[in-house]
Structure formats: C-alpha cells, structure tokens
Design a protein around this ligand. Structure first.
Ligand SMILES: Cc1cc2nc3c(=O)[nH]c(=O)nc-3n(C[C@H](O)[C@H](O)[C@H](O)COP(=O)(O)OP(=O)(O)OC[C@H]3O[C@@H](n4cnc5c(N)ncnc54)[C@H](O)[C@@H]3O)c2cc1C
Length: 449
C-alpha cells in the first residue's frame, strides 16, 4: 500500500528525508528472516519514505503532519527485532529514532535517556559512572532503548533483575501522541508498562527512565560437560546460588555448540556447554561448583576485553545462537519457550526426551517478573513446512510448556497469548486515536463493541 507523502516533505523540507528505493528496502527490514513464514509474509513491505528527526521538536512536527494528512508512521530503532516489528506493512513513513540519542541524567541509581540511544552506548556511559543496565538484549551494541522497551523482553542481566517488565526496572516513560496537535505525556511505573512490547502501535516513546544496577567487573566463562543432565544441574545450581553474582547463565545442549563458528576451541566435540557471565571475584567459587558437577572450564575472559576483541559470549546467548546456527545451516529456524517455575527442570527433561536432537536446545535461566527462578528456551529446529512447525509447537505445549511462537506478525499473538490487554488498548486510544502507528500489526483494531 503506498501513500502520497509529498505533502509531508513539502510541509517539512528541513527534515532529513530518505527517498532512495534501495535504501528504503534495507531500512524496512529487521531479523524476521529468522522465520521462513515471516520472510514470505513480509516480502515487499517497504516504507514510502524514511526520515530521521534530529530532536523532539522535529518529531512532534512530523507526528502532527502525519495526523493531518492521514499518513501512517512506523518507528524504527535499530531494526534488530525479529518479528518484522518495524517493517511498515502498510507503507507510509519510517521514522528512524536514532537522532534522539541523549543521556539526559543519571542520579540516585536511576537514569533517563532518549529512546533512540543505542544500549551499548548507554551502557558505556553508565559504567563510566559506576552503574550498568539491569537488563539488555544480546543485540545491545546496535539496539536502542526504545526498541528494547517497545519490542523486546530483556536478556543479559535478567537472571538477576528479571525481564524489563519486572516491576521497578522501568520507572517512567515520556510518550508522544499522534494527533494534529500531539501531546507529550509522562507515564510513571506500571502506567508506562502499558506501552511495553506493543511494537510501537500505542504511542511514540520519547524518553525512558530506568533503575540501574551497580557496575561489576564481569568474567565470561564456558564450561563443558560430557552429559546433558550434569550441565543442566550445574546451570540450575549456578543460577540459584545467591552468593555468585551473575549476568547470564545459558546452556547450549549438544549438538548446538558445533553450529557456532569461531568458538570451536571452547566447545569440545560431543559436549554440552554452559555459557555464563559471573562477577570476576566469584570465579574461584564458580570453578569449584563446575568441578563438583564434573564440568571443565574451556574458556574464560574479562567481559570488557572480550567485547573489545569482538569475541564475547554475550553475542552467543539469547537469539544470537539462532543467528550463528542459521549462518552455518540456513535450513534451520527457531522457537521461543518458557518453562514453569518449580517444574522447569522436569519440563526441560521432558522436552529433551520427546524431541531428542530434532530440537537443538538452548536454555536461558532468568528470574520471572515475580522473582521466581525459571528458564526459557530458544530451541532451533529444521524448517519443513508450517504444518510440521505447528506440530512441534503443539507437542511442546502438550508437555505444559509455554511457547511464544515467533512466526507470527501480530502484537496479540506472541507474549499476549491472543488478545491485546485492556491497558494496551487504552494506550492505543489515548496516544494513537487515528490508528496511524505501525498499522497492520494489531490483528484486531478497532476492537469490536
Ligand atoms: C541476534 C538477535 C538477538 C536478540 N537477542 C535479544 C535479547 O537478548 N533480548 C531481547 O529482548 N530481544 C532480543 N532480540 C530482539 C531485538 O534485538 C531486541 O528486542 C532489541 O531491543 C530491539 O531494539 P531495536 O532498536 O533494534 O528495535 P526495532 O527492531 O527497531 O524496533 C522494535 C519495535 O519497537 C518499536 N519502536 C522502536 N522505537 C520505538 C519508540 N521510540 N517508541 C515506540 N516504539 C518504538 C518499533 O516500531 C518496533 O515495533 C534479538 C534479536 C536478534 C536478531
């Protein structure tokens, strides 16, 4: 669907517009190619024009003009999302938020920044002052703060602080409405979370205020095990140990490690691997724990140094395993699962027993929003066809495990389990009354009745 955007350009000639077709096609893509289903569904979806506002005033003028001319607008952070979240399926204006990238303040263990700041840059600035992000995706080097809030979940750090939505992690958000006279509104605490993970359909996030963690010296470690059960027991023990400060605990069950290139030296053949990030001071305790479970440390590096050398386990964990494995074997795809508190280990073992090597198992241990220790999984599998994939999803669900199917293209069908929550619907009415934000991503809008 294409829109006449000439009136916008004529009205706002001073904005930084992009009209080149090839550039628009690139900007309109994210990592939805992880899914053959989404890749097909989103083929050809491209913005009519892109723009990079330099500040809040330019963005406000743009929102007003879009409202007056009924032109859709889709917000783009760094396009590292993996469901086509920032792909403008109904065309219109693609809004690059990267110009709004200022750290506004840092005090009393909290910070406020504009939504377009890259998380890697934010983390670097925070660490200079003795703080760090509580949670960030493995794409932190590129991904933006607004993109994490509107499209992501959490990731690195969630083993201690839970997901970004855990109460207390996000203190507030400044949100702009799309109307002929846009309103900028401050939302505090749970009110701000009404806009979380709505894929930019319920308001433009201008700024976010976050609670921070004290900065730590982190070490990255890989521990190899000659059996899945030992690796799982170790990962659970490490994740649960309150005396071992940690930033990530992941388990890559064999044969998955063999799909990850450039890490062969750390992943001995036919071994399961636990990939962990722990406080440097906790290394001796970690090594003792590993030895008790029969594990062997095969890699160890200071995390800042590892990132500088571009060889960090932070870019093996979370959805990075999908990226690495699909580079090795493009015929693979992935799922996202969440195991139940209290029975997560039994459920993991049941999945392993039921699917064996047909699922390349990658577990991530986290604290839930309620603080319970659980694990999630990003298993890889060979893509056959939609029916086969659905069969696997049904099989996993049959074991009582939640599957957030990542092969969908509507907000309601992932984390929300089929229906838009009432607070998200209220935010949509308040901040996007003309339904111009990222249209086509809400399966049902306007809501019936
Ligand atoms: C290899 C890989 C690993 C990943 N690992 C993780 C992980 O560990 N944890 C995790 O949570 N996710 C992960 N992701 C998904 C994604 O990288 C993150 O969610 C990331 O935070 C998205 O940020 P972004 O700036 O790229 O957002 P984009 O992809 O640009 O946007 C995401 C959504 O947010 C909306 N949006 C962007 N900015 C705003 C704004 N200012 N206001 C309102 N809406 C806005 C967009 O319209 C879009 O719907 C991974 C993806 C890949 C490909």
């Amino acid at each position: 669907m294409s829109h006449d955007v000439s009136a916008l350009q004529a009205e706002l000639p001073e904005l930084d517009w992009t009209t080149d077709g090839e550039r628009l096609a690139v900007l309109s893509r994210d990592f939805s190619w992880f899914s053959p289903i989404l890749k097909r569904a989103l083929a050809g979806a491209v913005a009519d024009i892109a723009v990079r506002p330099r500040d809040e005033a330019e963005l406000t003028h743009l929102a007003a003009a879009c409202a007056r001319h009924a032109v859709p607008l889709t917000l783009r952070g760094a396009a590292t999302g993996n469901y086509g979240q920032c792909t403008p399926v109904q065309g219109g204006v693609l809004v690059d938020m990267g110009g709004l990238n200022r750290l506004l303040w840092l005090r009393d263990g909290a910070a406020r920044a504009q939504a377009g700041i890259r998380l890697g840059e934010l983390e670097r600035r925070l660490r200079e002052q003795g703080h760090e992000l509580r949670t960030m995706p493995s794409t932190f080097r590129l991904a933006t703060l607004g993109g994490l809030f509107a499209g992501g979940f959490g990731g690195i750090g969630s083993i201690t602080w839970g997901p970004i939505a855990a109460p207390g992690n996000v203190a507030g958000a400044r949100v702009l409405s799309v109307e002929p006279q846009p309103q900028a509104v401050e939302l505090r605490g749970p009110d701000a979370l009404a806009l979380h993970h709505n894929w930019g359909t319920t308001g433009i996030v201008l700024e976010l205020e976050l609670a921070l963690a004290p900065a730590q010296d982190w070490h990255e470690v890989v521990i190899a095990f000659a059996g899945f059960d030992a690796a799982l027991d170790f990962a659970q023990a490490l994740a649960a140990d309150p005396a071992l400060p940690k930033r990530n605990v992941a388990l890559l069950a064999q044969p998955l490690p063999a799909y990850i290139q450039r890490w062969e030296a750390s992943f001995p053949a036919a071994h399961d691997a636990v990939v962990a990030v722990v406080a440097s001071a906790a290394l001796p305790a970690l090594q003792a724990l590993a030895a008790r479970h029969g594990g062997r440390v095969t890699h160890q590096a200071d995390s800042v140094d590892a990132q500088r050398r571009n060889h960090s386990v932070l870019e093996l964990c979370w959805n990075h395993s999908t990226l690495h494995a699909m580079k090795t074997d493009p015929g693979l795809t992935y799922l996202q699962c969440s195991f139940s508190a209290g029975s997560h280990l039994q459920q993991v073992r049941a999945v392993r027993a039921r699917f064996g090597d047909a699922l390349l198992l990658h577990l991530e241990f986290i604290r839930s929003s309620e603080g319970a220790l659980i694990c999630t999984a990003l298993p890889l599998l060979r893509y056959v066809d939609e029916a086969h994939l659905q069969g696997v999803v049904d099989g996993i669900r049959g074991l009582g495990v939640r599957v957030n199917n990542p092969h969908h293209r509507h907000v309601e069908d992932g984390r929300f389990g089929g229906t838009l929550p009432p607070e998200a619907a209220a935010a949509k009415r308040r901040f996007d009354p003309l339904a111009l934000l990222n249209p086509g991503k809400l399966r049902v809008w306007p809501l019936p009745g």
